[in-house]
Design a protein around this ligand. Structure first.
Ligand code: ATP
Ligand code: MG
Length: 478
């Protein structure tokens, strides 16, 4: 983040005038405030990289203002201006986290010098941040894509062609085929690699929260919004945003997303200021979006905007030649991660793998290997080390009870949320269950609310209220 937008707050008009004139001349965007309260309200609708605040103003004083800005907008650097006679205040300002202070009267060169210093510091911090992330990324992720089969070669070709540009990519494929891995590979092979890669799972986040997760919100935008929060688009600025499970995005949000993609700017929920964003979009889904479009569950215009270049990942059963290499890779990784001694896979076990249909694809293979490497007393893994595959049943996930399934989904979902920020988690989760339940029964009864209430075993009025609160659309059949 470099310094672009600056707030100047001073009750003396001449100071405001001189500062803004000089800063604007240097190419900064400048906003002005006459007192502390006005300064705070500017903050609520704009993002400032730097604020130059007079310490003595009517209403909210500079030091108090500094404290509030520090708390709510910690990314904003603050320079305090003080008159010579209040040197103690300057010390207090620095102790309270001001970036620097200026003693009045000052000449403009002094301010320039501080801004230049801040700019350099911001750039270095940013670079270090990205380097760190990148290192973490390399270590934690490995990022190797394994597989040389024909269908994977096609994937690599497309990847190599699209990665260097900003073109939008839609990655499709069954669950566990490596969609997120490919999305990361696109980012790390693009000129944006030094900038953030941010992923958001549209299916795991409750729809009531998804909008503010994507676009951010201002403090007080809704109950529970106690802090201003940057959305994923803002976080990904300059980099790449993965919109995962895009097929699960509610229709209303699809409309807003389309607008954002067209206009390349966002408005935080509850805010008025628009922010320019520069984000490369990769979307991923395991659903057939073309079919969703036909069923009017997905906007056609958004589909075309996202599907500029499609990459379809082959299921594992279509590239069984890759199994041995993948097995080796996961065995090695398991050994590294767990610090266990070398384990191999027998020919018989490999043959078993080639017969299995892998409904959970690479992820299933990875889990199966990890589990066996952990549990098996053998040095060489035998078919008996894979009882799940021997029984000929599908994966565990297909035999799961509803409760297990829900609890697993819920766990994933909660892991993505900032629980401290929520004050109505219980209700939100219940809505997620109520909405599909009511929808399904309404569909089955062709929109007959009396029948639906009966089947659900709830009062008709209760159902009517729920339909309203949950914003369920009732389609009447014949
Ligand atoms: N070609 C590959 N080489 C090595 N590892 C892979 C490959 N493809 C997938 N994986 C691994 O398999 C796991 C699942 O991959 P990923 O999460 O990218 O799949 P996905 O398609 O996004 O799955 P889902 O639809 O369930 O979200 C990850 O641990 C990933 O590292
Ligand atoms: Mg995924």
């Amino acid at each position: 983040m470099s310094i672009e937008r600056i707030l100047v707050a001073d009750d003396e008009e001449s100071i405001r005038w001189v500062l803004s004139k000089s800063l604007i001349k240097k190419g900064f965007q400048v906003d002005l405030a006459e007192d502390g309260n006005q300064a705070l309200s500017r903050f609520s609708s704009n993002h400032y990289d730097l604020a130059v605040l007079d310490i003595k103003m009517p209403g909210l004083q500079g030091l108090e203002l500094l404290k509030q800005v520090q708390e709510e907008y910690p990314e904003t650097l603050v320079i305090i201006m003080t008159a010579e006679s209040t040197m103690d205040n300057a010390v207090a300002a620095m102790k309270n986290g001001a970036y620097d202070y200026l003693t009045k009267p000052f000449d403009l060169d002094a301010l320039d010098a501080i801004i230049l210093k801040a700019q350099k510091a911001a750039e270095v911090t940013e670079q270090i941040g990205h380097l760190k992330e990148e290192l973490q990324e390399q270590y934690s992720f490995g990022r190797s894509i394994i597989g040389n089969s024909q269908p994977m070669q096609e994937v690599y070709k497309t990847l190599g062609r699209v990665a260097p540009s900003d073109v939008t990519v839609l990655v499709t494929g069954e669950s566990g085929t490596g969609k997120e891995l490919i999305a990361r590979a696109i980012h790390y092979n693009s000129p944006r690699l030094g900038k953030p890669f941010i992923a958001i799972n549209c299916a795991a986040i409750p729809r009531d929260l998804l909008e503010s997760e994507l676009f951010g919100h201002e403090r007080g935008a809704f109950t529970g919004a106690t802090e201003r929060k940057a959305g994923k688009f803002e976080q990904a600025n300059g980099g790449t945003l993965l919109l995962d499970e895009i097929g699960d995005m509610p229709l209303e949000l699809q409309a807003k997303l389309l607008r954002v993609l067209q206009e390349k700017e966002i408005t935080r929920t509850g805010g008025s200021q628009t922010l320019k964003i520069d984000v490369r979009i990769v979307a991923a889904t395991n659903q057939n979006i073309a079919k969703l479009v036909e069923e009017k569950m997905f906007r056609e215009d958004l589909y075309y905007r996202l599907n500029v270049v499609p990459i379809n990942l082959p299921s594992l059963r279509k590239r069984k030649d890759d199994i041995p290499a993948l097995v080796d890779f996961f065995l090695q990784r398991t050994q590294q991660d767990l610090g266990i001694s070398i384990i191999e896979c027998s020919k018989e076990a490999l043959a078993l793998f080639k017969r299995h249909s892998w409904p959970g694809n690479i992820r299933e293979l990875e889990n199966v290997i990890k589990r066996a490497a952990l549990l098996s007393p053998n040095h060489v893994l035998m078919p008996t080390d894979f009882p799940g595959l021997l029984s000929g049943k599908g994966t565990a996930s297909q035999d799961e009870s509803l409760e297990t399934l829900v609890s697993r989904k819920l766990e994933n979902s909660l892991a993505q949320m900032d629980l401290q920020e929520l004050d109505n988690l219980y209700e939100m989760v219940l809505h997620q269950v109520e909405r599909p339940l009511i929808n399904i029964i309404l569909n089955q009864t062709r929109g007959n609310q009396v029948r639906t209430a009966e089947i659900l075993g709830i009062n008709r009025n209760t159902l009517r209220k729920k339909i309203k609160v949950l914003e369920i659309e009732v389609k009447r059949g014949d």
